[in-house]
Design a protein around this ligand. Structure first.
Ligand SMILES: Nc1nc2c(ncn2[C@@H]2O[C@H](COP(=O)(O)OP(=O)(O)OP(=O)(O)O)[C@@H](O)[C@H]2O)c(=O)[nH]1
Length: 525
């Protein structure tokens, strides 16, 4: 056959366009009818409005098994020609061991498992196939090239499989985001939160609110249209008022989460701060178990922020070492100190490190010294009582190995009695003394900051959700504001609230945010 020809297919019947009279093949499955352009190995190739995409869906690099996936109307043909299946297809969702060949050169590329997922029972809702092949780079490249030579197939773009699943209504946007988070999850707690969101819990909550808002809107509009004819019962609007109030209360509660879900998703920002030479870089290195930051006895060694990611008991932490806080004439050091103070302001938790060899031996004086020190680290606008009560600071007395045992114990005892202090831990980065206790305190603080991803109602995980929910909340306030003044404007408030909720799940005006969301996915997802 010379060049592509166009035709269309309904079920197993072919309807040729006038210029497609030379097409000799006569079978194609697919509803709705698909368009085809060509044949492959004597088999028809369907090309619906959606093109058929393919990609490596497992990770890159050498591995035992790699999964190559294709989705779209030409999937079946690709499977038939590359797995030598002539016209038959394997039973759906069943593994079949086949030689996988290049349909053009007929060369055997690998031997592996093939799966057939007919529409609509596939991830994308389209006809899809999977090739489970050996994970060597040459095998993967050869199979991808062979797929690319099947007419009507092209490599997928980042997130394109998931985008098709969303467009087929298989997932709403919160589920898509949950899936993205699951792929990127690096800690246990992140995995749990992502899985919960992917399973649709957050989406269901917003769907439930959407349903309630629709009911409110229907009642208000009915009242506008029919109240004059007295076809509407009394008290309809009062009922709507109650529903709106209840919804607002639920939303307020949902928004009052202190960003726990977002923090868990993106990592708790923990900053190490304190005077020069206190042992801040030593602490960072001890926690991440590698020499990430330079340690030296020269005061002012750390100038810039040094960051590292940690998993603290299943919770993600972004730990930053900062420049020692002191007055300096050195421009670079001054910039380092400015950045350090900025980080402390943005931090979820600050670890204030103090060289305990500098502490007065008298416990009272030591407490006064530490109060002063803590105040010098606090952001200017913050009140010590507020931030210490909010568990945003931990005080670490480092270099306990330099203190006589008796003095160390006395310090520990006395400081625990001082009120208005953040939690205190005595540690030594040289001997690791006290480190286990400190890690327990750190874990508990981080857990409080993130919350338990599995308990209670599902939490907000994205700033995007928060923004739309706040708009939704404000729109309901519009309903209340205009309820007795202008009912049409009040109804408009409910309509706006619905639109804002719809934007979270992607049911309304999703187009402009789709690109942003799907670009975060890797190719093959
Ligand atoms: N004896 C003892 N020395 C320590 C301990 N922790 C750190 N040091 C030493 O203290 C000195 C300063 O340590 P750093 O970790 O560089 O201190 P820093 O707070 O990052 O210093 P700047 O870069 O000046 O801000 C180094 O000589 C460390 O070896 C400790 O627990 N015990």
């Amino acid at each position: 056959m010379d060049g592509p020809v166009a035709g269309s297919v309904t079920g197993t019947e072919l309807h040729f366009d006038s210029d497609a009279s030379k097409v000799e093949v006569g079978y194609c499955r697919g509803t709705p009818p698909c368009r085809f352009l060509s044949t492959c190995d004597g088999l028809p190739v369907g090309l619906a409005d959606a093109e058929t995409i393919f990609a490596l869906s497992s990770g890159h690099g050498r591995c035992g098994v790699a999964v190559v996936r294709a989705s779209g109307p030409a999937s079946a043909t690709a499977l038939r020609c590359m797995a030598g299946l002539s016209r038959s297809l394997p039973p759906p969702r069943t593994a079949l061991l086949r030689s996988i060949t290049d349909s053009q050169s007929k060369e055997v590329l690998d031997r592996g498992l093939v799966f057939w997922f007919p529409a609509p029972h596939s991830f994308t809702g389209e006809d899809s196939v999977e090739f489970h092949i050996h994970g060597g780079p040459a095998v993967i490249t050869a199979v991808l090239q062979a797929l690319g030579s099947v007419p009507g197939m092209r490599p997928a773009e980042a997130g394109e499989f998931t985008r098709r699943a969303f467009q087929a209504g298989k997932l709403d946007l919160t589920e898509v985001e949950g899936l993205g988070d699951l792929i990127h999850a690096e800690t246990e707690a992140q995995r749990r939160q992502a899985l919960r969101q992917m399973s649709g819990e957050l989406g269901h909550l917003y769907q439930d609110w959407t349903h309630k808002l629709k009911r409110c809107l229907a009642h208000v509009e009915a009242f506008i249209d029919f109240s004059e004819d007295e076809l509407i019962e009394d008290g309809v609007l009062n009922q709507v008022d109650r529903w709106v109030c209840d919804l607002q209360a639920e939303m307020e509660q949902h928004l009052k989460d202190e960003r726990r879900g977002e923090r868990l998703r993106s990592g708790v920002q923990v900053v190490i701060a304190g005077a020069t030479n206190a042992g801040k870089s030593s602490l960072l290195n001890t926690l991440c178990q590698r020499p990430a930051a330079i340690v030296s006895p020269i005061a002012g060694t750390t100038r810039d922020i040094v960051e590292t990611a940690l998993d603290i008991g299943g919770f993600p932490v972004l730990l930053s070492d900062t420049a020692g806080l002191r007055e300096s004439q050195d421009l670079v050091e001054r910039e380092g100190v400015r950045r350090a103070r900025e980080r402390v302001e943005q931090a979820d938790l600050t670890l204030v490190v103090v060289d305990c060899a500098h502490l007065p031996s008298d416990a009272q004086q030591a407490a006064a010294f530490l109060q002063e020190h803590l105040r010098s680290v606090l952001p200017t606008q913050e009140q010590p009582e507020t931030v210490f009560a909010a568990d945003r600071f931990l005080l670490l007395l480092n270099k306990t190995d330099l203190l006589p045992e008796e003095q160390r114990q006395k310090l520990d005892r006395e400081l625990r009695r001082v009120s208005g202090f953040p939690p205190v831990c005595l540690i030594s980065c040289h001997t690791n003394e006290g480190l286990q206790d400190f890690l327990t305190v750190l874990h508990s603080s981080v857990k409080t900051l993130c919350g338990d991803p599995l308990s209670g109602a599902p939490t907000l995980t994205q700033a995007r959700h928060r923004a739309h929910l706040q708009q939704c909340f404000a729109a309901l306030a519009q309903y209340q504001r205009y309820r007795d003044i202008d009912l049409a404007l009040a109804a408009e408030g409910v309509r706006l609230a619905l639109t804002s909720l719809g934007r979270i799940t992607g049911r309304v005006g999703a187009e402009e945010i789709l690109d942003i969301i799907f670009k975060d996915f890797c190719i093959g997802k």
